[in-house]
Design a protein around this ligand. Structure first.
Ligand code: FAD
Ligand code: NAD
Length: 459
């Protein structure tokens, strides 16, 4: 039995904890079955956002007529785009390895538990009083063995798709479909209901649907009845909700129908670590599993499935394990962005969720046109929706759609972080006429709506 101070299974976000623990002189075993860095830099956030840059430039050219400019794309060097992205992905394992010091032993292999505090990897038995599970998620397997998931795009091996059909309507489907379509790869999305980004606030997802479908071909209420794979292409039989069937040919078929827990690989049946009904590892506010000293962070706990949530948890656990931090991990809010076209950013609850939870709120949605920078985009759809607690002026939800929404949202997040009161957004000084200035009328209007609501309630 080999003894360590800390065993970490999964070297995604938790590789940061290995760096800190190694620096603090702890003897660490970092077990990774794939490459260091995990999903975000190799198969997730980063490469998918690198692609958005190409998509944005292509869209700008295609939509230049809006600015009275005639232009057309002469050529898109798709090979270069994917080569560059693949090269970035290739560099990640080494870049992460260079951050580790001699106290951290990286063991490439699949880790699993023999008992609560003993982990087996490559036939070696490792023991530690502190173990961190950070095993993330994997894509839900596609319905055909030759079909892709996002893992087949990052890195893209083999031919560049001549055409692609994407099943799903969530983050990954909308982000990738926008990219493929923008760089002139024939793209179709298959959506089983009538909604895109169905977890967003309804007003925002409705605007999104209207704008997104101006570019991307989406078949709503459509499922695949049959898949015939021949000569490196798919012949799909599509079935819509009216019972109509249609044949559809596509070079590549990609499923973006969600992700699932990796806990199955851990042999948790040898331990007292519990998983919930969705297969994710159960944890408390100390990030501790049902076994003392065994922790779970990031996607493996199935709570937020966002890189910044994983990073926040890893930082907190770092303080708990290395600096004696006693406080519990508490998220005041959890924002997200959807980096497609249009871009969306969101924090807090949607209007529907507030109604379901029977929480009192006042809502107001304002366009961005008070800002000259917003006007210069010549887009009419951008909007900010605020949902405010009328008793406290607390921001319960904020939802934006428009260029750089995710960047704009940080102003709202700063207020929520320090002293969650919408009135700060009305009282602060804005740089005129920055895009962010569009938040001023949004704040003024919702505050006025709150006052009217309170006046009405008091009479
Ligand atoms: C296409 C895509 C785009 C995304 N875009 C964004 C975005 O824009 N913004 C955002 O916030 N989030 C985004 N995400 C989500 C984000 O990538 C994840 O939330 C984040 O990577 C979670 O980090 P993690 O460390 O918990 O898990 P991971 O990064 O998945 O790391 C888990 C690691 O554990 C390893 N592992 C699993 N089981 C074992 C085992 N038994 N033994 C050894 N190793 C094991 C895996 O190989 C992996 O390296 C995206 C995800 C995808 C797929
Ligand atoms: N910008 C970001 O922050 C970002 C980007 C990409 C991914 N992510 C993370 O990765 C996770 C996974 O992304 P995702 O897009 O795979 O999942 P998702 O949960 O966002 O979307 C899955 C979609 O697939 C649909 N679906 C499920 N089963 C289906 C089926 N059998 N047939 C047709 N449609 C089906 C669902 O209705 C849903 O629209 C996200 O939850 C998110 O946490 C984040």
């Amino acid at each position: 039995m080999e003894k360590f101070d800390l065993i970490i299974i999964g070297a995604g976000r938790a590789s940061g904890l290995a760096v800190n623990a190694g620096k603090a002189g702890r003897k660490v075993a970092l077990i990774e079955k794939s490459t260091l860095g995990g999903t975000c830099p190799s198969r997730g956030c980063v490469p998918s956002k690198l692609l958005i840059g190409y998509a944005n430039v292509a869209r700008g050219i295609k939509e230049s007529a809006r600015h009275f400019i005639d232009s057309k794309i002469e050529n898109i060097d798709k090979k270069k785009i994917f080569e560059k992205t693949n090269r970035y992905i290739d560099s990640i394992d080494g870049a992460y390895a260079r951050r580790l010091n001699e106290n951290v032993e990286v063991i490439y292999g699949e880790g699993s538990f023999l008992s609560n505090y003993v982990v087996e990897v490559n036939g070696r038995k490792l023991q530690a009083d502190k173990i961190v599970i950070a095993t993330g998620t994997k894509p839900i397997a596609p319905a055909h063995e030759k079909a892709w998931t996002s893992d087949n795009v990052f890195p893209l091996l083999g031919d560049i798709p001549k055409s692609i059909t994407i099943v799903g309507s969530g983050f990954i489907a909308c982000e990738l479909a926008n990219f493929f379509d923008a760089i002139d790869i024939e793209t179709k999305m298959l959506v089983r209901n009538e909604t895109l980004l169905g977890n967003e606030d309804e007003d925002i997802s409705n605007i999104f649907k209207e704008e997104f479908t101006k570019n991307v071909d989406v078949a709503f209420n459509t499922t695949i009845e049959d898949i015939d794979y021949q000569e490196d292409s798919f012949k799909l039989t599509l079935l819509n909700s009216n019972g109509q069937k249609q044949e559809h040919l596509t070079h590549r078929l990609l499923y973006a129908t969600g992700r699932e827990s990796n806990a199955g690989s851990l042999k948790l049946e040898n331990t007292d670590i519990k998983v919930n009904e969705r297969g994710y590892i159960v944890s408390d506010e100390d990030l501790q599993t049902t076994v003392d000293g065994v922790y779970v962070v990031g996607d493996a706990n199935g709570k937020y499935m966002l890189q910044h949530a994983a990073a926040y948890e890893v930082n907190h656990l770092s303080k708990v394990l290395l600096e004696g931090e006693k406080s519990k991990v508490r998220f005041k809010y959890m924002p997200h962005g959807v980096f497609t076209d249009p871009e969306i950013a969101s924090v807090g609850m949607s209007e529907k969720k507030l109604q379901e939870a029977n929480i009192k709120y006042v809502a107001n949605t304002t366009d961005w046109l008070a800002s000259a920078k917003a006007q210069s985009t010549r887009l009419k759809y951008p909007r900010t929706k605020f949902l405010i607690n009328p008793d406290t002026y607390e921001i319960l939800g904020c939802h934006m759609i428009g260029p750089e929404s995710a960047t704009m949202m940080h102003q709202v997040l700063a207020v929520m972080h320090i002293d969650n009161d919408i009135r700060h957004l009305k009282d602060m000084i804005y740089i005129h006429p920055a895009l962010s200035e569009s938040l001023l009328p949004a704040a003024i209007k919702v505050i006025s709506a709150v006052k009217k609501y309170n006046l009405k309630s008091s009479t």
